[in-house]
Design a protein around this ligand. Structure first.
Ligand code: 5GP
Ligand code: SF4
Ligand code: MG
Length: 451
């Protein structure tokens, strides 16, 4: 998911609209906004892309200079309308809205506890648990937010809005990104910095793991809500999820991906190939890095139809199957008769690689050497990225030779976990989906792992 906030910005809804639009790659299932004019919180949300949910007339109805917004990609909770964020509660103590990116692993335990105390939930998302917890705590909103953050385990970067303030919170492991920047007379907050750059903002600050930032009375105040922090930025943000023009923890995503390509090229000394091609869009940076490091020319061997959403995000296998074919076509004149190095960013079920190898061979490629710009995924993610269930993960059941045969590649190579860590050695990465080394207890999800 992606979150965006605007504090003390005139027409906060329109800037939030642009922000969400820039974060659209983080979720296409639903989009929503909660806007406050100092008195009341107005909400607008629905299924689909930001452009479809917010037509011009709808935006105009959302007046105020405070806003938080969300684009949804469902991992926890289903696709029901109740789960579309921001989640808003209008109580006698005032209104609150929450927009959340990540996944809370002790959600079920907290939900049960809240239900036993009489809480009634509308939907099944963990974000609603968050909202209930905040409401139940005592003290100022800052104190409530801090107490809540201390009770949550897992991945979260979330925003809380009330009538006159916004709070931004990041989990103590720093699993999901979250940054803010001064803009005009106020501030903007975003999951990724690419949203700032479209606004002409080139200077921003990352929240630290275990930090709450308060935007209130025109001021920004930072609070470290726990000292018990680690650094586990999700490696998949760099590999696949984030936009190449974003800077995550000081590292540009495109630069990170280029380095992974170079690592792959160094492992391939002596490989005879005519061209390097990337699978658009998320593998293009790695393909550039591979080509630069190997000296093998980069080509456009695959064309992507940009009007089909990210295949993986469509929830059923049947839809995914249809999606992939709609999405990519080989450029026959480029690949015919050639020995091709095909770079993809990740291998999850192996379906994309297998299909693309076939496409390229059908288009006349002499050989297809598949190079994956990450290690093979062997474990499910419980922190907000849909890396699928263990049964579906090809890397959980097959070794490298078996995968190579399955995807019908002439050769297969991917990164080692240590090589991945070296690419961003200045920061700490979460690599749990590659090695099962989760940085938090998993609570009820432990059972999923043991299955
Ligand atoms: P597979 O076909 O092996 O199941 O999935 C790998 C492909 O899915 C890659 O091309 C990658 O770009 C794409 N993909 C789409 N969504 C995701 C996601 O959420 N995580 C990962 N790791 N890859 C994804
Ligand atoms: Fe990211 Fe993988 Fe860690 Fe999930 S398990 S947070 S996808 S690195
Ligand atoms: Mg891809």
């Amino acid at each position: 998911c992606g979150v965006f906030g605007a504090y003390r910005i005139e027409n906060a809804s329109s800037i939030t609209y642009y922000g969400l639009h820039s974060l659209q790659h983080r979720g296409q299932e639903a989009s929503g906004m909660a806007v406050c004019d100092g008195k009341e919180i107005h909400v607008q949300k629905g299924k689909g892309l930001t452009v479809d949910v917010f037509r011009k007339d709808k935006l105009n109805q959302l007046e105020g200079d405070l806003a938080i917004g969300h684009v949804r990609y469902s991992t926890a909770g289903g696709q029901e309308n109740e789960n579309i964020q921001p989640i808003v509660s209008k109580g006698h103590l005032g209104s609150l809205a929450v927009a959340h990116n990540g996944q809370i692993v002790n959600e079920k335990e907290l939900r049960l506890e809240l239900e036993n105390q009489g809480a009634i939930f509308q939907g099944t998302s963990d974000s609603e648990v968050l909202l209930h917890l905040i409401q139940k705590e005592k003290g100022t909103l800052l104190e409530k937010v801090i107490k809540t953050a201390r009770r949550l385990e897992g991945a979260f970067s979330f925003l809380v809005l009330d009538e006159d303030s916004i709070y931004a919170v990041r989990d103590r492991h720093g699993l999901r990104p979250l940054s803010y920047a001064a803009f005009k007379d106020g501030y903007v907050i975003s999951s990724e910095t690419c949203a700032f750059e479209v606004m002409g903002i080139y200077d921003s600050t990352d929240l630290k793991p275990g930090e709450v930032v308060e935007f209130k009375k025109g001021l920004v105040k930072k609070y470290q809500y726990t000292q018990d922090i680690t650094h586990h930025m999700c490696a998949m943000e760099y590999i696949y999820f984030a936009r190449p023009d974003s800077v995550v923890e000081g590292i540009n995503v495109h630069a990170f991906r280029k380095k992974t390509g170079a690592v792959l090229a160094k492992k391939d000394v002596g490989l005879e190939a005519d061209i390097v091609i990337g699978v658009p869009d998320s593998s293009l940076s790695a393909a550039i890095g591979y080509a630069e490091a190997s000296g093998i020319p980069l080509e456009t061997g695959l064309y992507k139809n940009r009007y089909v959403g990210r295949t993986f995000i469509q929830p059923t296998q049947a839809m995914r199957d249809r999606g992939v074919r709609m999405k990519l076509s080989p450029v026959t004149s480029v690949v015919k008769g050639k020995s091709v190095v095909m770079i993809d960013d990740s291998i999850v079920r192996g379906t994309t690689s297998r299909r693309i190898v076939r496409l390229l061979k059908e288009a006349g490629a002499k050989a297809v050497h598949v190079r994956i710009a990450s290690p093979v995924i062997t474990h499910p993610c419980f922190y907000g990225v849909d890396t699928s269930t263990k049964e579906e993960l090809i890397g959980a059941h097959m070794n490298k030779d078996e995968i190579e045969k399955y995807i019908e590649a002439d050769s297969l190579q991917y990164m080692e976990v240590e090589e991945l860590k070296q690419v961003a050695k200045e920061i700490g990465l979460c690599v749990a989906c590659f090695n099962g080394d989760y940085c938090t207890p998993l609570y009820s999800y432990q059972k999923v792992l043991e299955k």
